[in-house]
Design a protein around this ligand. Structure first.
Ligand SMILES: C[S@@+](CC[C@H](N)C(=O)[O-])C[C@H]1O[C@@H](n2cnc3c(N)ncnc32)[C@H](O)[C@@H]1O
Length: 281
C-alpha cells in the first residue's frame, strides 16, 4: 500500500522522491568512481543535488537515473553526476597556518620548487599557494592543480572571484595579484594573468591508476578531500603521495585529517603537515 502510494506520487510531475535503496545504489556508483563515501544521513543533500538533473532528463525516478549511468559507463552523464556529488567548499588562505610553513620550506629548498594541489576546487587554494611562492621565489614557481570536478576547474581557470572572497589578503597582495572590475563588475576581481600562468590546471581523479604529472614534488596539498574517503583509500593515497614527494618534501592535509601509519615514510612535522623521510636504501 505504502509502496503503491509512493509509486503513484512519483509519477506526478515534480514529485520525485529518493528511497534508501536508490541512495545506496547511487552511493555505490560515486564510491566506485570517485572514492566518495555517501551515508544515509546525506539523503536530503543528495536529493537536492541530483533531483534537478533527474527532472531535466525527464526521468521519473532515481532508479531510472542509476540505470542510465550503469548501462552507459562512458557516457558524459557520468561527469555531470560526479560534479553534482562533490562538495567544493574552499576559500583563499584556508587553514592559514600552512602558508608560512610553505614559504619557509620553499626558501630553504633548491630551485625548481614544485607543488601539486590535488583537490583544487574553484582555485582559491592553488592561488594562495602561488601567491605565497611568488613572494618567496619571485620567479620560476610551478603549481600543478587538479580536481575531479570539471565545473570547478573551469571556474578556477577563469580566475574570477567576488571582491569579498579576497578580503583576508593584505593590500599588497590584492594589488599585485588581482584586477578589480569596474562598473557592473565592481564586486568582482580577476587573478592577474601572470599569476594564473604559473598554475597548471588539469582534471585528475585521485582514484586513477596513474596521475599524468611531472614528478617528484617538493610539496603536495591534499586538504579536505580525504575526509570523504574511507580508510583504505586514504592509506593508498598517502602511500602514493609519499612516493611522489622528494625527501624532505611536505604533505599538507586538512585540519580534521590525522594519520598515524607507522609504515608510511611520513612524519608529522606540525599541525596537519607531514614530512617525507629519507628511506634507507
Ligand atoms: C571540500 S573541497 C576542498 C578544496 C580545497 N582542497 C580546500 O581545502 O579548500 C574537496 C574537493 O575534492 C574534490 N574531489 C573529490 N573527490 C575527488 C577525487 N576522487 N579526485 C580528485 N578530486 C576529488 C572535489 O571535487 C572538491 O573540489
Amino acid at each position: 500500500m505504502h509502496e503503491n502510494n509512493t509509486t503513484a506520487a512519483r509519477l506526478l510531475p515534480g514529485s520525485l522522491s529518493l528511497t534508501d535503496i536508490e541512495l545506496i545504489r547511487l552511493g555505490k556508483l560515486i564510491y566506485q568512481r570517485a572514492g566518495i563515501v555517501v551515508n544515509t544521513q546525506k539523503k536530503e543533500m543528495i536529493f537536492n543535488r541530483l533531483s534537478r538533473r533527474v527532472r531535466e532528463l525527464k526521468l521519473n525516478t532515481f532508479t531510472a537515473y542509476a540505470d542510465l549511468l550503469e548501462s552507459h559507463p562512458e557516457q558524459p552523464e557520468w561527469q555531470i553526476f560526479i560534479n553534482a556529488m562533490t562538495t567544493n567548499l574552499t576559500s583563499f588562505f584556508r587553514e592559514a597556518h600552512h602558508f608560512p610553513i610553505l614559504a619557509e620550506h620553499a626558501r630553504q629548498r633548491p630551485k625548481d620548487y614544485r607543488v601539486w594541489c590535488t583537490a583544487a576546487s574553484t582555485g582559491e587554494e592553488p592561488c594562495s599557494i602561488a601567491i605565497t611562492l611568488d613572494q618567496v621565489l619571485g620567479s620560476g614557481l610551478r603549481v600543478w592543480a587538479s580536481d575531479i570536478d570539471t565545473d570547478v576547474l573551469a571556474k578556477a581557470q577563469a580566475g574570477i572571484y567576488r571582491f569579498s572572497d579576497i578580503q583576508m589578503l593584505n593590500q599588497t597582495q590584492k594589488r599585485l595579484y588581482f584586477l578589480r572590475g569596474s562598473g557592473h563588475s565592481r564586486e568582482y576581481v580577476k587573478v592577474k594573468p601572470a599569476l594564473l600562468a604559473n598554475i597548471h590546471y588539469q582534471q585528475i581523479n585521485l582514484l586513477a591508476d596513474s596521475w599524468p604529472l611531472p614528478q617528484p614534488f617538493d610539496a603536495i596539498f591534499c586538504r579536505n578531500v580525504m575526509i570523504y574517503f574511507d580508510f583504505s583509500t586514504q592509506l593508498r593515497l598517502l602511500e602514493r603521495f609519499a612516493r611522489l614527494l622528494k625527501p624532505g618534501g611536505l604533505l599538507f592535509v586538512g585540519h580534521s585529517e590525522h594519520f598515524s601509519q607507522p609504515t608510511l615514510p611520513l612524519q608529522l612535522r606540525g599541525q596537519s603537515v607531514y614530512e617525507r623521510m629519507e628511506v634507507a636504501p
